[in-house]
Design a protein around this ligand. Structure first.
Ligand code: GRG
Length: 294
């Protein structure tokens, strides 16, 4: 199933970039560079899985899956900028601003964000005479816009920047992880569920799954930094010595962080226990992410 979702995303990931005339070919190349640089596609896979899980035809969810990957990609491009984390490498390759320059990287991020909004809304007029389908799409778009905004990843980035080089409470650290990392994972799952017209209980259970998965994902990322697989060390090269960031391993130690990671993964999986084998994709993904790199 994971392969099916991943292939669909790879096949369609460039479909919703705006037509680029010859005057802005560099912008197009810059957006394409980061969109095709080998991301794991976790958020769009989750969106497609949640859509299918709740009864939406998978092809109807593709624009939203691409939109969330566009938002994720823009956030990574901007996060790597000199004004933010000042990273030279991402996924083992030069970051966008190293290849295209700082101004173009900012614009590529901006362009990806607006392309995401366009992907989610450009065909809405086709559903003006089908109120049910129209509502599902508007609700899905709203989830993604919310997750990408001032109550989502932007809020998380602000809190992360403001907590640099300072002692950070456990409560603040959870807030940073819930906004910076979990918000877009929650948005992916909820957007898929909205497309499928999930009932309130299913939406709530999927939200609990996604929040716990999102927190677990960030803790695992920070554990991997400490354990230091080669790929992770390369990705963060140049940052950790320059800026001191609060993380679970830094605040609670490696052993307690690993325990927390397992607890969160268990809570995520338990939230979907009543759906038995239908939730297999979500359960396997949570377990695999908790042990990635090991
Ligand atoms: C709004 C500029 C701006 C930033 C928002 C999302 C974010 C804050 C910054 C991105 C950097 C970061 C370390 C985020 C934490 C979440 C995380 C571990 C992202 C990496 O996600 P993966 O592993 O990335 O899914 P791939 O490379 O697989 O696409």
């Amino acid at each position: 199933m994971r392969k099916k979702y991943k292939n669909l995303i790879e096949d369609h990931i460039l479909d919703y970039l705006p037509d680029i005339d010859h005057k802005s070919i560099t912008l197009y190349e810059s957006m394409k560079y980061s969109l095709t640089a080998g991301g794991k596609r976790i958020r769009p896979m989750l969106l497609l899985a949640a859509a299918e899980f709740t009864g939406c035809k998978i092809e109807e969810a593709i624009p939203y899956a691409c939109a969330i990957e566009y938002i994720h990609t823009y956030s990574l491009i901007h996060d790597d900028l000199p004004a933010m984390d000042d990273d030279q490498l991402r996924r083992g390759q030069p970051t966008n601003h190293i290849i295209f320059g700082e101004a173009m990287a900012i614009l590529a991020g901006d362009g990806l964000q607006s392309a995401a909004f366009e992907a989610m809304t450009k065909d809405l007029f086709l559903y003006f005479d089908n109120e049910d389908k129209l509502k599902k799409r508007i609700r899905a778009a709203n989830e993604i816009i919310k997750g990408s905004g001032c109550r989502g990843i932007v809020a998380g980035q602000v809190a992360d920047i403001e907590s640099e080089d300072r002692a950070c409470s456990g409560e603040m650290l959870d807030y940073i992880h819930l906004t910076k990392t979990a918000a877009l994972i929650v948005a992916a799952v909820r957007a898929g569920a909205q497309l499928g017209g999930a009932d309130a209980e299913t939406l709530e259970n999927l939200t609990i799954y996604a929040e716990n998965l999102g927190l677990a994902f960030q803790i695992e990322d920070d554990i991997l930094d400490v354990i230091g697989s080669e790929e992770e060390m390369g990705k963060k090269a140049g940052m950790d010595e320059a800026k001191k960031k609060s993380t679970y391993p830094a605040l609670y130690g490696l052993e307690a962080s690993q325990k927390k990671l397992m607890e969160l993964t268990e809570t995520a999986v338990d939230a979907l226990a009543s759906y038995y084998d239908n939730a297999e994709f979500f359960v396997k993904l949570a377990k695999d992410l908790a042990t990635r790199g090991r």
